[in-house]
Every structure is written in structure tokens, then in C-alpha cells.
Write a protein that binds this ligand. Structure first.
Ligand code: MSP
Length: 497
């Protein structure tokens, strides 16, 4: 069992390419473990409480409930357009969720970790976060607002040592390593202040049990969706929760690596198994963000041009673990033309055409004889298979997707060297084409999480079953067939964009 989550995105604007980035990555990771036959659940959703949303709706003159319903639906529509196979979609305004958040709060309270006080500080409404110093928010570059309000506090300070111990004892809790080190130095370099966990300056949130003048801090509310998405706080929910893997951007690292585990420890619940922290998608070095309109790229529109698989593949292959990825249309087009159109796409067309023309689409097999070139190709396949699987454990999708391309390139090299179309001996030529067909069958299995649509077209051309499973690697049938198909990925031109 593997429980995968994306962040719960703010329903304050339309989804952009930055949101699509984390979601596509999580979906790709999910598809890989499904391919292995694991039971996997993917949760995504929308974060709909808090001052930021309340203010945005008010500025637009739209009743807040109407505003969030529309924005939340925009996210769901985008996930449909991008073929995201989520299982659970949580909205923080769901009555079920609100009930679980109240129960969660009561657990913190019962543990003696909640107390009333007054908060005075500098607040960024866009981050929904207090800052201790500075005039403007380092992320949104907007002036910080001075707030004084009555607030309940969570005894975060009590968990400082537990957090350090947990992170040190679990080297794979935060991936990649740089982010783990960042959290450890944050925890070791200062004494943690208690966390303000309620607001009186807004009523757009979940009322605090026993004091409805306060609503819960929007981050506590949002983090608990990871639990509430699974159901009531029952033994069954907690069992699933033990297998949680969060995909997040680096902007929300402290919330997930410090506040969230501390809250869970206080509530007597297990901390998440893994945090996969990605860098930002930027445009000319600037983070893609609603507050910087010139960076906005519409993912659905882009996908109609490069294909859903094109977009998915480009984002996956571009992640340099933990680092930012600078997006440009021209770089995307050149990568897709070279990897998908020229390499993989041509390979399938070429082999399918060859078998179709020379053997009317079907070759019966006796046990094939493999020469040195064939054995080298198979050894290469084995290395890429192991590397792909190993890379996925750390959600290193760039490295994993590279294995797909490397294997396709190796099959192309084999064809170039052996030139089956020039082999006179019919038996030898059959063996060679059979081997290539088998390798293409394995290539579709490698590629399934990254290129699901291309894979289903290619498998149709190879007359293979639609369902793909990792266990079918090397599990080749005695008779191979092909049927002519359209090119699976056409070359793109910048002018069409
Ligand atoms: N609502 C909070 C998250 C609560 S989770 C319990 C929030 N929402 S957000 O809409 O701002 O989305 C944050 C996440 O979206 C980031 O952490 C990241 O995963 C993704 N991204 C948003 N913009 C992004 C980029 N420009 N690049 C990469 N990821 C981006 O914070």
C-alpha cells in the first residue's frame, strides 16, 4: 500500500503550470507503483479557507462559496484534461473534513499542547504565514502587514528535539538530501517558537472547538486534509496513513517537515513516511506564480499542442532533484522532438513497418538464437530496468525517464548495426526482428508511467494487450504480430505554438 499526496492547492486563482508540475510528478510516481502491482491511492484537492481566499473573493465581488466552488472545479477539470488518475479529491470546506480537523484539534488539546495567548507579528496573507522580520514577503515581494490578535498556540517548541531525532534516525524521510540538511539546520540553529494556530481576524475557517470566535489557522486545517481524505480517524485510516508519501514544492517545506510532523506527534499519530521536495518551475528564473502574471502558462492549452504525454514527459525528465527547472517553449519543443518524435516515435514506426512489409505482420517463433549483439542489447535492457526501478524509489523521475530514452537509443543502435533489412538468411532476420519486437514490448513497460498514451498506441501497433505490468518484462510470446498505426508522436514546430 502506498498513499501519495500532492499539496492541497489554494482555490484563489486558476491552476497554472506550477501546480500541474507537482501533480504530474505525483501521478507518474503513482503509475509506476501501480505498474509494479502495488495498491496505490493518490490524493489531491483544494485549500479553500483563510484570509487570502476571503479577500480575493471580496475584491472580485463574488460570494466566497461561489468563488471557491468555481476555482476548485477548475482544478478538477485540469486534472481531467491532463489525465491525472487521482483517487481522492479533498476540499477543506467538506463537512467531513471539518469534523476530522476538530477531532484532530481535540487530540492536541487533550495532550496539553494548546494554550490561549496573544500574537503580534508581521503577516503575509499570500503565504498565510507570520514572519519575524523584514518589510516585505521574500516570496511574494508584497509588504508584510502588522497583526495583533488573540490566538491559541501550539507547543511546537516541545517537539524540537523529537523532530531532530526523527529526521536523523530516518535518512529517507526528506528527499533530496539538500532539503533534509536545510530542515536539520533550521531545527538546530534556533529555539522553535510556539505556533499560532487560530485566528480571530477572519471567520472564514473551521471554528475552534469550544471557542467559535476563533477559526483554526488555515495551515493546520489544510494539512489535516491528508488524513481526512482517507476517512474518519479510525484504525483503518491510520493504517493507510502509515504509508503516506507527500509530494511538495520547496516553498512549503517547513510546514511539512516541521509543523506537520510535530502536530502529528502531539496527536499521537505516525509521521509521514516520505517528503519528496521539488524545486520550482521558473520562467527566465522567476517562479511561475499567480502573483507574477507574466509567468503564467496555461497547462491545458499547452497540452493540446504538445500532447498530454509530451507535457508530462517534459516536466518529468527536467526535474533535477530538488533544483528549479526553467521552462521555455523552445527547449521543450527541442527535447520532445528529439526524445519522442525522432527517437521513440521513429523506432516504433520503423520496426512495425518492417515486420508488416516483410512478414505480413506476423512471425512464428522457434527458440531464437541470440548472437553477441543481441546479448549486449539484452544486458543493456537489464541495466536500464534496474536503474529505472532504483531511481523511482527516490522519485528521481529525471533519472528514471532517462532509462526509457537510453533503452530506445540502444535498440536504435542495434538496428543500425545489424541492419535486419539487409540480412539475407531468413531465419537470422526473423530472430533479429523478434528480438526487436520483444525489446519494444519491454520498452512500452518502461515508458508506461511517463508516456501512457503513446504506450497504448505503440502496444496496439505491436498487437500487445492494453494492460501493462512490470511482471511482463521479458515475458515474450511465441508469435509476434504488428498492425500498421499512425506515427505515435509527430514532430512539433515552434510556429504552431
Ligand atoms: N495551500 C497550500 C498547500 C497546503 S498543503 C497541505 C499551498 N498552495 S499553493 O497553491 O500555493 O500550492 C503550493 C504547491 O504548488 C507548491 O508547493 C508546489 O508543489 C506547487 N507549485 C506552485 N507553483 C509552483 C512552481 N512555480 N513550480 C513548482 N511547483 C509549484 O501552498
Amino acid at each position: 500500500m502506498r498513499y501519495i499526496t500532492t499539496p492541497i492547492y489554494y482555490a484563489s486563482g486558476s491552476p497554472h503550470l506550477g501546480h500541474a508540475y507537482t501533480t504530474l510528478i505525483a501521478d507518474c510516481y503513482k503509475r509506476f507503483y501501480e505498474l509494479l502491482g502495488e495498491e496505490v491511492l493518490l490524493l489531491t484537492g483544494t485549500d479553500e479557507h483563510g484570509q487570502k481566499i476571503e479577500r480575493t473573493a471580496a475584491d472580485m465581488g463574488i460570494p466566497v462559496a461561489e468563488f471557491i466552488a468555481e476555482k476548485s472545479a477548475d482544478f478538477r477539470q485540469l486534472w481531467r484534461d491532463l489525465d491525472i488518475r487521482y483517487d481522492l479529491f479533498s476540499r477543506t470546506v467538506d463537512p467531513h473534513h471539518e469534523k476530522v480537523v476538530r477531532q484532530f484539534w481535540q487530540r492536541l488539546e487533550a495532550n496539553g499542547d494548546i494554550y490561549p495567548g496573544e500574537y503580534k507579528g508581521l503577516y503575509c496573507v499570500d503565504c498565510e504565514q507570520y514572519f519575524t522580520s523584514g518589510d516585505s514577503c521574500p516570496i511574494h515581494r508584497k509588504p508584510l502587514e502588522e497583526f495583533t490578535e488573540e490566538s491559541y498556540f501550539f507547543r511546537l517548541g516541545n517537539y524540537q528535539n523529537h523532530l531532530i531525532e526523527h529526521i536523523e534516525a530516518h535518512p529517507d524521510f526528506i528527499i533530496p538530501e539538500e532539503r533534509r540538511n536545510e530542515v536539520l539546520s533550521f531545527l538546530k540553529s534556533q529555539k522553535l517558537n510556539d505556533l499560532s494556530v487560530s485566528r480571530t481576524s477572519t471567520d472564514w475557517g473551521v471554528p475552534v472547538p469550544g471557542n467559535p470566535d476563533h477559526v483554526m489557522y488555515v495551515w493546520v486545517d489544510a494539512l489535516v486534509t491528508y488524513l481526512s481524505g482517507l476517512g474518519e480517524l479510525s484504525a483503518e485510516t491510520i493504517e493507510k496513513w502509515r504509508h503516506s508519501h507527500h509530494f511538495i514544492g520547496k516553498d512549503i517545506l517547513i510546514f511539512h517537515a516541521v509543523y506537520w510532523p510535530a502536530l502529528l506527534m502531539s496527536a499521537g499519530l505516525p509521521v509521514p513516511r516520505r517528503l519528496f521536495v521539488n524545486g520550482w518551475l521558473t520562467i527566465e528564473g522567476r517562479k511561475i506564480s499567480k502573483s507574477d502574471p507574466s509567468t503564467i502558462v496555461d497547462p491545458a492549452k499547452l497540452a493540446t499542442f504538445v500532447g498530454v504525454d509530451g507535457l508530462r514527459y517534459y516536466l518529468c525528465q527536467g526535474i533535477r532533484t530538488g533544483q528549479d527547472l526553467d521552462f521555455s517553449h523552445s527547449r521543450m519543443i527541442s527535447t520532445l522532438n528529439s526524445d519522442l518524435a525522432n527517437n521513440i516515435g521513429n523506432l516504433f514506426s520503423r520496426v512495425i513497418t518492417l515486420i508488416d512489409k516483410q512478414y505480413a505482420g506476423r512471425i512464428e517463433i522457434k527458440k531464437p538464437a541470440y548472437d553477441d549483439d543481441a546479448l549486449r542489447l539484452l544486458a543493456h535492457r537489464d541495466r536500464q530496468r534496474d536503474l529505472l526501478r532504483e531511481s523511482m524509489v527516490r522519485a528521481n523521475l529525471a533519472k528514471a525517464s532517462r532509462c526509457v530514452i537510453e533503452f530506445a537509443s540502444e535498440i536504435n543502435r542495434y538496428l543500425q548495426k545489424v541492419e535486419p533489412w539487409r540480412i539475407d538468411d531468413d531465419e537470422v532476420r526473423r530472430d533479429c526482428l523478434k528480438l526487436v519486437h520483444h525489446c519494444l514490448s519491454d520498452l512500452t513497460i518502461f515508458a508506461a508511467p511517463f508516456l501512457p498514451d503513446l504506450v497504448s498506441q505503440a502496444r496496439e501497433g505491436l498487437c500487445l494487450e492494453k494492460a501493462v505490468s512490470w511482471d511482463d518484462l521479458g515475458n515474450w510470446s511465441d508469435c509476434i504480430s504488428v498492425r500498421p498505426i499512425k506515427p505515435i508522436y509527430k514532430r512539433l514546430n515552434m510556429v504552431d505554438l
